[in-house]
Design a protein around this ligand. Structure first.
Ligand code: KE4
Length: 433
């Protein structure tokens, strides 16, 4: 494939945009080749500025569960834009959006719209601290909740596992209020709460982890978090920015039957436009300004254009629940096809899959159920696989530690082609060994 225009345009971008990108992962640093710049996309297809065509398994990192440029969503955006895009005033469509989210997301009784997942999680944390009067928050190593300071924290050393900043600019003062525990390690959570449970405002967790590659909650893990938080009077925050409306019409909480106190949302609820949201039990949400004292605000929060796109997407998902079983069938077929190729080629790799989410780990372990197991994967091998896939017309997330997505627009033929391309890549990699 020719990537001349992408190479030139990326060099040009680097002159005026930090790293040439508006979000770091897009720079392809961990796969060691220049990124392709995208011209347009439709359905499951994405096209770069050199005219190369790919089957897209990134879906803009999750929002495009219905595929790119879905007619109903484009139509809704066009019609809304003609009436004005933002007023900074209440509109009926915001109420319709809140009612739709509440109807689909079991634990949510009241919801506030914001403009990104980061805004949703940082606001939910402030709300949890205000509601409980406590300062500490417990997150899990390998979970990503956006780039607010309180979440850019790695597990510290030492018994208390106090956080340490994982980015310059995050202060020690902030980090000391964030505890970090290994994902799927309920005993570690129990131990932390036994020591300091009366100071912990909340646990925030990705109910299915999508940011260390796909890692599933082990049996009893989520239930255990719910029990521990109830026992110590802390709130349970489900970060469903990825899983919300993806794993089922009620997200992971409906799939696993857990009742969190707060839920953060994003991606799919924007229909491809910038939207985030946080919601939960009414008595907690009512402490938010203007009725309550907890301040949070946003110029473009709930703007009609983004609401029109997001509400159209949610309405399609709500009215066609069979989409979820179709998504899962396609993802299972893809995962099983990869597993057969891995076995046939003797490749040290394994696949985690749930619903329409999957990750192929270049990992010689029996399983990847934790951050430590995930980071033991061979990122060089992944980078080689990524490049071979790209040249074969398969557009993957440019990192071993991300999740792939199947959309409603992927056909069986797309899945068959992706399995074939996977096999060719693994064979080529074997030949090079
Ligand atoms: P945004 O601020 O990027 O809208 O959402 C932050 C966020 C919060 N919670 C979870 C579970 C998330 O996965 C994210 C963002 N996801 C990443 C990719 N896994 C976005 C891609 C990027 O950073 O460019």
């Amino acid at each position: 494939m020719n990537h001349q225009n992408s190479i030139q345009e990326f060099e040009r971008a680097r002159k005026t945009i930090p790293g040439g990108v508006n979000s770091p992962v897009r720079a392809y640093k961990s796969v060691g080749i220049p990124p392709v710049l995208i011209d347009h996309a439709k359905g499951a297809r994405i096209f770069d500025i050199d005219g190369n065509e790919y089957i897209d398994f990134v879906s803009s990192w999750g929002p495009l569960i219905l595929g790119h440029a879905r007619e109903e969503i484009v139509e809704a955006i066009k019609k809304t834009a003609e009436k004005g895009t933002s007023f900074g005033a209440p509109t009926v469509i915001e109420t319709q959006m809140a009612e739709r989210i509440i109807e689909m997301m079991p634990s949510v009784e009241s919801v506030r719209m914001v403009n990104s997942g980061t805004e949703a999680t940082m606001s939910a944390l402030r709300l949890a601290r205000a509601f409980t009067g406590r300062e500490l928050v417990l997150k899990f190593v390998g979970n990503y909740h956006g780039h607010a300071d309180s979440f850019l924290i790695n597990a510290g050393s030492g018994a208390m596992t106090f956080g340490v900043p994982n980015s310059p600019g995050v202060t020690k003062a902030t980090a000391k209020n964030t505890l970090a525990a290994p994902y799927n390690d309920l005993q570690a959570v129990e131990d932390l709460f036994a020591k300091t449970g009366d100071k912990i405002a909340a646990i925030i967790v990705e109910p299915v982890a999508g940011n260390m590659g796909l890692v599933l909650p082990q049996k009893g893990f989520l239930e255990g978090l719910r029990e521990i938080t109830r026992k110590y009077g802390a709130l349970l925050i489900f970060d469903e920015v990825i899983t919300g409306f993806r794993l089922s019409r009620g997200g992971a909480q409906a799939l696993f039957g857990i009742d969190p106190d707060l839920t953060t949302m994003g991606k799919i609820i924007g229909g491809g436009l910038p939207v985030g949201a946080y919601g939960g039990k009414r008595e907690i949400m009512e402490t938010l300004a203007p009725d309550g004292p907890v301040y949070q605000a946003g110029t473009l929060s709930g703007n009609p254009l983004a609401m029109a796109a997001g509400l159209t997407a949610l309405n399609i998902l709500n009215d066609n629940p069979q989409i979820y079983s179709h998504l899962e069938q396609k993802a299972i077929k893809l995962a099983d096809g990869f597993r057969k190729n891995i076995a046939d080629t003797g490749t040290k790799a394994l696949v985690n899959q749930i619903g329409s989410m999957l990750t192929l780990f270049f990992n010689d372990g029996q399983q990847v159920t934790s951050y430590d197991e995930a980071v033991a994967s061979d990122t060089k091998k992944f980078a080689e696989y990524f490049s071979l896939s790209l040249e074969n017309g398969i557009y993957l997330a440019p990192s071993q530690f991300e999740t792939g997505f199947v959309s409603d627009a992927h056909t069986d033929a797309d899945i068959d082609y992706a399995i074939k391309a996977n096999r060719e890549a693994l064979i080529k990699m074997k030949e090079r060994e």
